[in-house]
Design a protein around this ligand. Structure first.
Ligand SMILES: Nc1ncnc2c1ncn2[C@@H]1O[C@H](COP(=O)(O)OP(=O)(O)OP(=O)(O)O)[C@@H](O)[C@H]1O
Length: 235
């Protein structure tokens, strides 16, 4: 079975349009891979580029050069050069992303926000809702909130809706950007066990976890992003 995610020779700089278009190099020679069933954690100090790297792997940030090889539909595809339509199809079928914050859609109930990725993958509405409810129950979201839009939920409640939505599918690669940042210890433990289940199912996980305890529990390997940073000499 091919490695689900291989990042090779990637370089990235930001162009500051408001400052005469000067280019700030953020990282170069980025190279690592994530195997099936493995959880790789991006490490390094604040501002070194961990979130930017995750956004590149998801296709939200373009890269200057290099390859981001994703196993999609039985073949390897380079996300760094893929067209937007292909990126969307990779996201639908193969590459999931749990961001730190939920982007709420007005007037859509929490349970439907969670069920939506399953509907997009062809699951029947009633079944998708049932699975969504089970996820919300597991994450201890009070039942009386399930039918409400999450816009007014607390930070931790919104994050749990977001986690349920991100974990509900069987994507082969899952990117996690601080999924436990606003959670209490009980719900952090739930997320740790959900990550362990994904690993057991052969999912390749790449994440950022500032919480040391969670990081130690889930990480098989830490990739230090400072190794790719031009600031490493000054660090
Ligand atoms: N769109 C952008 N345009 C310009 N600079 C950016 C952009 N996104 C990020 N940066 C810069 O790139 C650097 C890396 O930011 P990033 O958020 O990836 O770091 P991080 O390691 O995830 O930090 P933290 O641990 O604090 O979340 C920072 O100096 C940031 O200001």
């Amino acid at each position: 079975m091919p490695t689900p995610l291989v990042v090779s020779e990637v370089a990235k700089s930001f162009t500051m349009h408001l400052r005469d278009g000067i280019r700030l190099p953020v990282m170069s020679n980025v190279a690592f891979s994530v195997k099936a069933g493995e959880c790789v954690v991006l490490g390094g100090p604040s501002g070194i580029g961990k979130s930017s790297l995750l956004k590149m792997v998801y296709g939200n940030y373009a890269v200057d050069s290099g390859q981001i090889l994703i196993e999609h539909g039985g073949r390897l595809l380079d996300l760094a050069t893929a067209d937007p339509r292909t990126i969307l199809s990779v996201r639908r079928a193969t590459l999931g992303y749990v961001s730190q914050f939920l982007r709420t859609v007005p007037r859509v109930a929490a349970v439907d926000v969670v069920a939506e990725p399953l509907l997009g993958r062809g699951t029947a509405a009633a079944e998708a809702r049932e699975i969504a409810e089970a996820m919300l129950a597991r994450l201890n979201l009070p039942r009386e909130l399930w039918q409400l839009p999450p816009a007014t939920f607390s930070g931790g409640e919104q994050q749990r809706v977001n986690i349920a939505r991100g974990f509900i599918t069987d994507h082969r690669i899952l990117l996690l950007d601080e999924p436990t940042a606003s959670l209490d210890a009980k719900n952090r433990a739930v997320v740790v066990s959900m990550i362990e289940e994904k690993k057991a199912a052969g999912v390749a996980l790449l994440g950022i976890f500032h919480d040391e305890d969670v990081r130690e529990k889930v990480a098989d390997r830490i990739v230090d992003v400072s190794a790719f940073s031009p600031r490493k000499a000054a660090a």
